[in-house]
Write a protein of this length. Structure first.
Length: 217
């Protein structure tokens, strides 16, 4: 864990719009048009990363959807098998607490090789936490698309609400959330750690820095 920033910005809020949609969307589907984009920054410093990353989200009565669009100049994704330690390579991540409990949240990760990692976390808020890999998100679907020259990856998620306490949210409900990306460089010094809500340190398990996901109709 490396301390980087002292003065942190206000915690952000993302207004997640409701859509009439079913199934698993393509990366190019019209359903993504006009949806607000979250822009990831360097997690520690808040500066603009070398590689751009944006995240969009919408919801239906059935599920929560995400689209990550990430510039990439070198893909590192050799691991396979559910719950492999894909955080050691290139990965996109979302941490969610539907209960607003910053000590108890769910961690979702997705690699360029379309490998999933999901777990529940108990965070002691002292730099230590417990990871429960026995929990698996029911019906979580993911895809990865690469553009023609391989310079951009698009990750699509569909996450059924059955996996969250209380099931389908109501309009104006709010969850805690942060979105992340790790891009591995040729050396450890070139690794990039990115976040929607700046953490101030190179550590994603900083729930006091979770922003707000607001469900809007």
């Amino acid at each position: 864990m490396v301390m980087v920033a002292m003065n942190l910005p206000a915690l952000p809020t993302y207004e997640c719009v409701k859509k009439q949609f079913s199934g698993m969307p393509l990366s190019s589907d019209d359903v993504w048009n006009g949806i607000e984009k979250m822009v990831l920054v360097e997690a520690g410093s808040g500066s603009k990363p070398t590689l751009a990353s944006t995240v969009q989200s919408f919801w239906t009565e059935e599920a929560l959807y995400y689209r990550f669009v990430c510039e990439d100049d070198r893909i590192v994704a050799t691991l396979s098998g559910h719950d492999a330690p894909i955080y050691e390579e290139d990965v996109v991540e979302v941490f969610l607490s539907e209960t607003h409990d910053i000590q108890s949240y769910k961690e979702f990760e997705h690699s360029p090789a379309n490998v999933q990692f999901d777990a529940t976390i108990i965070n002691n808020l002292d730099g230590t936490y417990k990871v429960n890999l026995d929990w698996h998100a029911e019906g979580w679907e993911t895809t990865v698309d690469k553009n023609e020259d391989g310079s951009e990856l698009t990750y699509i998620w569909k996450m059924p609400f059955v996996n969250f306490e209380g099931g389908t949210p109501k309009a104006n409900d709010e969850w805690l959330m942060n979105c992340y990306r790790i891009d591995r460089g040729e050396s450890e010094q070139e690794d990039q750690y990115m976040a929607w809500s700046q953490t101030g340190i190179v550590d994603f398990h900083t729930p006091r820095r979770f922003g707000t996901l607001r469900f809007v109709d």
